[in-house]
Ligand binder design. Sequence first.
Ligand code: BG6
Length: 287
Amino acid sequence: MSDPKQHEIAGHLTVAAGNGGLTKLLIETPWSTAEIHLHGAHVTDFRKTGEPPLLFISAASEFAPGKAIRGGVPVIFPWFGPREGFPAHGFARTAEWHLTRASRTREGAVTLHLSLPDAGDFEVGYRIVVAETLTLSLIVTNRGSAAAVFETCLHTYFQISAIDAVSLNGLTGTRYFDKLLDAEAVETAPALKIGSEVDRVYQDTAATVEIVDPGFQRRIRVAKSGSASTVVWNPWIDKSKRMADFGDEEYRQMVCVESGNIAGHAVTLAPAQRAVLQAELSSLALD
Ligand code: BG6
């Protein structure tokens, strides 16, 4: 593996020892800072100057080879959810990715290109643009000779002031699969409030979702392209207690709004075709 240090940009991109001795990249821009672990190509921090972190990261998270990091933006590929005999949510989030390129614009935006080794017939790249917003693009090319099917998800954990203070906009009228009830339904809430465990895959939706957070006086915006599924997840009380790498009370400070292509919306690529899943994460002051 090439040394990521060769891509350092003085004062703007630094390679450092991350948690658990993993390698992390520290980014500084005129608007924001970010931290990316090569383990999982995992964005573990993004914050705008003067604002609380945009991303939640569990104080109980493991940072170790073979283990998924709890929080930030896990990259889910090539399957979402459990798979008999294989790790849940695919192998990308526990793989050691390579940093292949980095650049900085005159204005100060920093772009990183990472690649996932040993992905079989898939060529998998991940572009991260750190600026006033955080733009994540997962780029999958089928290098095989037959059509290939896969799922993707940018499993984003957001930091919120309090779960009972926030509401989610953008999903009204959307059909979803409720993983807890094993049933489909249509979202009727004009603004979704979370007051119990939620695990839903919204289907056929390209809509921007906003998390309105009066406690932090901000609106988090998840805008996406190349994605037909949006997952909303909060483990609530009992599941939080069952998860070893998540604090019992941390469900109050986070919500996942995930952009992906799941189940009936899995991606099929003919040989040499490419699919790009992109999510732009931003925050705006509440009026
Ligand atoms: C969500 C799934 O996206 O991820 C949930 O919809 C799952 O069902 C959650 O519990 C966390 O998964 P994991 O593998 O990181 O514990």
